[in-house]
Design a protein around this ligand. Structure first.
Ligand code: FAD
Length: 314
C-alpha cells in the first residue's frame, strides 16, 4: 500500500477555489470619455476584482492612452491591470520595448493577441509577428532577460479562446489546436470571445480538455443592452448574435427594459458557464459599470475577500 498523498492528508487543498472576477476596459478616446471611465473604475473597484484588462488597438494606435491608463490604474487604484497587446501594427522590437515599459510600470499580466488584420489589405504589416503564439514567445524571452527583476512575480500570459469558430479559422477543432499551441508556447490562461448561447462555453471546455488544454479558460460575458451594440459586436467579433435576444431587445420600449433583458441574458450565460466549471468570470463592460454591477448582484459569486475569507461578490 502506498503512503497517503498530500491531498489525502490535507483535504482542504482539493476544495474548490474561489471564482475569479475581472472586467475589460478600453482606453478613453476623449476627456469626456475619460471622466465616465473613471467613474466606472471607482464603482468597479468596490467589488475587489482580481484584475481589470485594458484593451490595445490592433494597429497600436491607442498605445499611449493604453499605457497611460495602465499607469494610472497601478498608481491611483487598488486594481491590478492585465494589459492586452497585439502583434498587428508593431514590429517585434517595438513590442519588446512596450513589454519592458509595462514591466517597469509594475504590470505582471499580459493578454497576448494577434489583433484583427487591417480591413483594407487583410494582411499584417511587414515584419510584424504572425500569430499570438509568436507574441507569447517574445514575452517569455523578455521575461527571461529580466528574471532577476521578476523574483516577486513572473508574468501571467493570457490568450484568446473561441466558443464559436474564429472567422478566419477552418473549424472549431482547428481553434482548439491553436489554443493548445498557445498553451505549449507558455500561455497561463485563456479568456473567451463573447458568446450568446448557454451551451457554447461548456462545449468549448469539453473540446479543449479532450485535446489536452489544461489552462484555465475564463468565460467572457457582455451585458448586451442595445440592438446597435449587439449588431456591432457581431460584426467586429464575427460572432452571430442570438436572434431571440435581438428580437426581445428590439421589442423593448425603454432603456431600463433593454437593460433588464441584457442583464438577465448575461446572468443565464454566466450561470451556465459556472455550472460547467468556469474558474472565473470576465465581464466586458464597454466602460459602463451599471449593467456589470447588476449582473454581479444577481450571481453571488463565491469570492475571496481582502481578509482571505470566502465571501459572496456584491
Ligand atoms: P491567433 O491565436 O494568432 O489566431 C489568429 C488566426 O490565425 C486564427 O484564425 C487561428 O486559427 C489562426 N492561427 C493561429 N495560429 C496558427 C498556426 N500556428 N497555424 C495556422 N493558423 C493559425 N483585438 C484587438 O485588436 N485588441 C484587443 O485588445 C483585443 N482583445 C481581445 C480580448 C479577448 C478576450 C478576445 C477573445 C479577443 C480580443 N481581440 C482584441 C480580438 C483578437 O485580436 C481577434 O480575435 C484576432 O482576430 C485573433 O486574435 P488571436 O490572439 O486569437 O490570434
Amino acid at each position: 500500500m502506498s503512503p497517503p498523498s498530500l491531498m489525502d492528508t490535507h483535504p482542504n487543498l482539493s476544495d474548490a477555489a474561489p471564482v475569479a472576477l475581472s472586467y475589460e476596459l478600453f482606453p478613453p478616446r476623449s476627456p469626456a470619455a475619460a471622466e465616465t471611465l473613471w467613474t466606472t473604475i471607482r464603482e468597479l473597484e468596490t467589488t475587489s476584482p482580481d484584475y481589470v484588462s485594458v484593451t490595445y488597438g490592433a494597429s497600436g494606435s491607442n498605445r499611449d492612452t493604453a499605457v497611460e491608463l495602465i499607469n494610472r490604474l497601478v498608481v491611483e487604484t487598488t486594481l491590478r491591470p492585465l494589459a492586452h497587446l497585439t502583434c498587428v501594427g508593431n514590429t517585434p522590437q517595438e513590442l519588446a520595448a512596450i513589454i519592458g515599459q509595462l514591466l517597469d510600470a509594475g504590470v505582471r499580466g499580459i493578454l497576448a493577441l494577434r489583433g484583427d488584420l487591417p480591413k483594407d489589405s487583410g494582411a499584417p504589416i511587414a515584419g510584424s509577428l504572425r500569430y499570438a503564439q509568436d507574441l507569447i514567445e517574445l514575452i517569455r524571452r523578455v521575461e527571461q532577460r529580466r528574471s532577476a527583476m521578476l523574483c516577486a512575480g513572473k508574468i501571467a500570459v493570457g490568450v484568446a479562446a473561441y466558443p464559436t469558430r474564429h472567422p478566419e479559422s477552418p473549424s472549431e477543432a482547428h481553434d482548439v489546436e491553436v489554443l493548445l499551441a498557445k498553451q505549449r508556447s507558455g500561455a497561463d490562461f485563456a479568456i473567451t470571445q463573447v458568446f450568446f448561447h448557454t451551451a457554447q462555453y461548456a462545449d468549448l471546455l469539453t473540446r479543449a480538455r479532450r485535446a489536452g488544454v489544461t489552462i484555465p479558460i475564463i468565460p467572457g460575458v457582455m451585458p448586451l443592452t442595445s440592438v446597435r451594440r449587439v449588431t456591432r459586436l457581431g460584426e467586429l467579433a464575427g460572432v452571430e448574435p442570438a436572434p431571440e435576444l435581438m428580437a426581445r431587445l428590439a421589442a423593448a420600449d425603454s432603456d431600463s427594459e433593454r437593460r433588464r433583458i441584457g442583464v438577465s441574458a448575461t446572468i443565464d450565460l454566466a450561470n451556465a458557464a459556472l455550472d460547467a466549471g468556469a474558474p472565473g468570470l470576465h465581464i466586458y463592460t464597454f466602460n459602463e459599470h451599471q449593467s456589470a454591477l447588476e449582473v454581479l448582484d444577481k450571481l453571488a459569486l463565491p469570492r475571496h475577500s481582502r481578509n482571505g475569507l470566502l465571501a459572496d461578490a456584491k
